[in-house]
Design a protein around this ligand. Structure first.
Ligand code: CTP
Length: 398
């Protein structure tokens, strides 16, 4: 399969340095990048650094005989799945809005029939000027997508909207735009993620160490593959996943209700570290300190995975996680049977593994056919692998 390709147009702004990081992130995801550097852009980043990072020649001149002979401006956009302009300066936006074509960047933007994403970056007053806002509305009406700008301190010493979105945020939007052509197009998915908080009184709760990272990474990979994704999240400290519908919940009972609301779906992945117990009754007022240790009475929480696996509207593919600290595969196999799901991703969550709250994961994929040990991977890579497997399974089943 041909790898996905981005055509990145780099305009002349101080934020151009962030485009180098964007290329690095895209390359890490296996997305090839071709670059066009505007004249003004050359004042901020060098063609050499772009060529080194993208491992491809940098296109700069509309009338370059060698460029046109090897790959003309029409060909450049034809080979791309998406055209990204970052930074999109006020000047580039104005030219694109009015259809000017007087250099390689603007000619390419006028000639392309591919989706275009712009990441604006400019001084706050330039951004707020009616002319720029007019151009923004015009470009949106023409079907151009935007990411940012963000609020913040600017290189010019002012504060407000105008900072280019950070590369990871741009990458997320790129993934979701490319996902529209992905292998899970037309598939509906839900993911539960993060811990649940079970209140004891208005100020205290029981929780666990889940960060939600693995679940969020899976939701991101599903969106990137084109799945219509609902992310049902307990309390976490993570940015939302662009392109996914987010249902934020606190308790296990709320998570079950939100999961039911998200059905029917084709595939459900239960990644949340749901609390098995909740306080039998939640005190209305803050519990006061008593002389002796208090006695808490607990009630069992619903098992969301088992409930959905055995309930009406069962998704075609139900995937659970097994958080274990010992006998990982044996416990994982047991959970597969007990919970009635199709696959279990069993992982070692003992403190020495660094999985809970960490960036990496080492999982065993357990199915009715046996178990498969995956190497230690970044949580994003676990997610990408899992999504590829889901795509194969759903294609095989349909
Ligand atoms: N799960 C769930 N609802 C619960 C408990 C767990 O949906 N109330 C799901 C988790 O999201 C995960 C799987 O069930 O996909 C296994 O979770 P885990 O915490 O490993 O298992 P438990 O059922 O809690 O079993 P144990 O505590 O005995 O390990």
């Amino acid at each position: 399969m041909r790898s996905q390709q981005i055509l990145l147009i780099i305009g002349g702004g101080i934020a151009a340095y962030k485009s180098l990081e964007l290329i690095r992130l895209l390359a890490r995801d296996g997305i090839a990048v071709r670059t066009i550097l505007t004249r003004a852009g050359e004042e901020f980043v060098t063609p050499l650094s772009l060529a080194a990072l993208s491992r491809a020649p940098v296109h700069r001149d509309l009338f370059s005989l060698t460029d046109e002979a090897q790959m003309g401006h029409i060909e450049l956009s034809r080979a791309a799945d998406l055209v990204v302009v970052a930074p999109a300066t006020a000047d580039l936006m104005a030219k694109a809005a009015s259809g000017e074509a007087n250099d390689l960047a603007t000619t390419t933007l006028l000639a392309t029939d591919k989706p275009v994403l712009m990441a604006p970056a400019m001084n706050v007053r330039m951004w707020q000027h009616p002319a720029t806002q007019r151009n923004l509305a015009r470009l949106k009406a023409d079907g151009v997508s935007f990411v940012g700008p963000e609020d913040g301190a600017m290189a010019c010493g002012e504060f407000g909207p105008g900072r280019m979105a950070e590369p990871p945020a741009i990458l997320e939007v790129i993934r979701s735009l490319m996902g529209a052509q992905g292998q899970l197009k037309g598939i509906k998915a839900l993911v539960t993620a993060g811990p649940t908080h079970e209140p004891l009184d208005p100020v205290r709760y029981i929780a666990n160490r889940s960060s939600g990272r693995q679940g969020y990474a899976i939701a991101r990979a599903l969106v990137a593959a084109g799945a219509q994704t609902t992310l049902i999240s307990g309390p976490v400290n993570l940015p939302a996943v662009a392109g996914a519908r987010l249902l934020s919940v606190e308790t296990a009972e709320q998570m079950l209700a939100a999961t039911r609301e998200a059905l029917p779906v084709d595939v459900a992945i239960f990644c949340a570290a749901v609390a098995d117990w909740r306080a039998e009754s939640v005190a209305e007022q803050k519990l006061k300190k008593t002389p002796g240790p208090p006695t808490l009475r607990f009630a069992a929480n619903p098992d969301i995975l088992a409930t959905i696996s055995r309930g009406p509207h069962r998704p075609r593919l139900v995937i659970g996680f097994a958080a274990e600290t010992q006998a990982i595969v044996a416990h994982g196999k047991d959970k597969l049977a007990r919970k009635g799901c199709d696959w279990i991703l069993a992982n070692d969550v003992s403190p020495s593994s660094g999985v809970m709250g960490g960036t990496h994961n080492r999982v065993h994929l357990i199915t009715a056919r046996g178990d498969e040990e995956w190497p230690e991977l970044d949580k994003a890579e676990v997610a990408t692998r899992l999504v590829a497997r889901i795509a194969t399974a759903l294609q095989g089943a349909s």
